[in-house]
Design a protein. Structure first.
Length: 82
């Protein structure tokens, strides 16, 4: 269901979350190919495959999930040096 060749970003769907935007911008600026799934943080239904918790979260190519926007940006930076 999820890519094994690129990360999947779970971000807030309306663009109101600055933490989701931080990771999204980092992916775009670094030119990292990724998939994105928008999550409703306003109390609406969430997909059953979403593990819960807050956004942003990243499902990495190896299947592990990680959260905390700065931790995600640091990992992206480590794996994609300019």
């Amino acid at each position: 269901q999820f890519s094994t060749i690129r990360p999947t970003l779970f971000r807030e769907r309306h663009g109101w979350c600055p933490y989701s935007e931080r990771v999204w911008f980092a992916l775009e600026i670094m030119g990292v190919p990724y998939d994105t799934i928008r999550i409703d943080n306003t109390g609406g239904p969430r997909p059953s495959y979403y593990g819960g918790g807050t956004t942003p979260q990243m499902k990495w190519e190896d299947g592990r999930t990680q959260s905390e926007s700065m931790d995600l940006v640091y990992r992206l930076d480590e794996e994609n040096p300019s």
